[in-house]
Design a protein around this ligand. Structure first.
Ligand code: CS2
Length: 467
């Protein structure tokens, strides 16, 4: 037997199951990107509002890339278990907020209709860094155009991806998809819709067979969509909502609604995500499969701590960064998360630009050292070889995989030219670093060290030299 509305009634975890009627109302939120993150983050915020009796927060979830997952969720009536586990304990929850589901590629018309449905008040997005394409913009624009043409109210369209200024980027993308004759639509968008920026934070690894087995044990039924996450979560959203009354509602659940999302975004991207990418690459090369296995190694732990303190924090405007960093060190070590380094190392070409260069530029502006980032960049270059230090091959999952592999291949024969060519790419490093001789020299130095002595010895060398 698998998890469904019917079987849920027999589950031992029923205490944590939705207590409200999931079938009598139309969804108020359309969510694009039905991966693990949304289901263990925003969906649980909407779940709180539903549980409090506000039935406008049911989700119409849209799978952008994984029809199999959508079909699995449909078979489970949109139900899935979430294990929330960390040093403070383990608990299971079965949220009921996901009411309807579609696949964007094969059911586009249904998605457009959902955006244009009278009940829809919000569209939220977790489509990943590489998902911000003209195709996405056209999908949103088609739904929004229908709303405007039928005289419906505007909505809030909230990007929840790891991009600095994500709301501005999404708004610009959607507007760019409009045609010259769409003047009225553009005016309506500006006047009635809101594209707030937002910072979302919760570590939610892709589900593993181990989590599914644990779910079966806890629930007594099979759950193919079970997830594991940590207790910590943060959602900071810009106070720019189509319906301003939503601010107080979200705040009642623990969401921070503020004018200043920027300081939270930059701290999160550079501290959490920046460290994640550095550890993921180190783990991938040294054969340590999870973030927890990396942070458990004293020299990697010291490296990450210093990276944040010496090279990231000096340029942050989030005033409580020290507490954030302390919390992060504990979160990285969470033994329940089993967060695969190879999962985090996917799409490096899309992630690195927001995670590392801003800190390096900050250090350069202050005449300060950027050794930690230079070593991380060198490890990234080494990673493009596609084979770890034990000779084990791994795939490069990246929209730029072909060009990265080409750099990787030349690395053994012409390392200098290869590293130079990779560091010259503005799409990865921005416009300043490719011209910065000292940056290039330090990455080349560390690359040589990594190639000769390996990642661990290089990290130890860096620590010895910066002690
Ligand atoms: C990770 C993020 O996969 C990655 O790139 O760095 O998914 C990270 O776990 C989340 O942003 C945490 O909020």
């Amino acid at each position: 037997m698998h998890l469904s509305a019917a079987s849920l009634r027999t589950c031992p975890a029923t205490r944590q199951a939705p207590s409200y009627d999931r079938t009598s109302h139309a969804p108020g939120v359309v969510h694009l990107g039905l991966g693990a993150f949304h289901r263990a983050h925003q969906a649980l915020v909407f779940e709180q509002l539903l549980a409090a009796g506000d039935m406008r927060w049911g989700i119409h979830g849209v799978g952008m890339t994984r029809p199999d997952l959508v079909h699995q969720l449909q078979a489970q009536d949109g139900l899935y278990a979430v294990r929330v586990a960390d040093g403070t304990g383990v608990k299971w929850q079965v949220p009921g907020a996901l009411w309807r589901m579609n696949v964007a590629t094969t059911e586009r018309a249904a998605v457009v209709q959902a955006i244009a449905a009278p009940s829809t008040r919000w569209v939220t997005l977790t489509v990943t860094e590489k998902g911000y394409t003209p195709l996405l913009a056209q999908l949103l624009l088609d739904g929004l155009r229908l709303r405007q043409q039928t005289g419906l109210p505007g909505i809030t369209i909230a990007s929840c991806d790891n991009l600095q200024g994500n709301g501005h980027k999404l708004q610009a993308l959607v507007k760019a998809a409009a045609h010259a004759h769409d003047g009225e639509l553009l005016t309506w968008l500006d006047a009635h819709c809101a594209f707030p920026c937002s910072m979302v934070d919760r570590i939610v690894p892709a589900a593993t067979p181990e989590v599914m087995a644990a779910a079966q044990e806890a629930l007594g039924v099979q759950d193919h969509c079970a997830l594991s996450t940590e207790g910590f979560w943060e959602w900071v959203i810009e106070d720019r909502l189509a319906d301003p009354r939503d601010a107080a509602l979200l705040q009642s659940t623990g969401v921070r609604v503020t004018r200043d999302v920027h300081s939270y975004e930059e701290a999160k991207l550079r501290m959490l995500n920046g460290s994640h990418t550095a550890m993921a690459l180190m783990g991938a090369l040294t054969g340590r499969p999870f973030i927890a296995s990396c942070i458990g190694v004293p020299h990697i732990r010291a490296f990450v701590h210093q990276l944040m303190e010496r090279e990231v924090a000096p340029h942050l405007s989030r005033s409580d960064w020290a507490d954030y960093r302390t919390a992060l060190m504990a979160r990285f070590g969470n033994p329940y998360l089993k967060h695969s380094v190879h999962q985090i190392a996917t799409d490096n070409s899309q992630k690195i630009p927001q995670r590392w260069p801003p800190s390096v530029l900050g250090q350069i502006a202050q005449g300060a050292a950027f050794e930690h980032h230079a070593l991380a960049a060198a490890v990234f270059v080494r990673y493009t070889l596609g084979v770890d230090e034990q000779g084990q091959a791994y795939p490069l999952n990246d929209p730029q995989a072909d060009s990265l592999k080409a750099f990787g291949a030349g690395q053994r024969t012409a390392p200098e030219a290869c590293v130079r060519a990779l560091l010259a790419r503005e799409d990865l490093w921005g416009s300043t670093l490719p011209e910065h001789a000292e940056w290039i020299a330090r990455v080349m130095h560390w690359h040589q060290h990594v190639m000769q002595h390996g990642v661990d010895a290089s990290v130890q060398q860096l620590l010895a030299q910066t002690a």
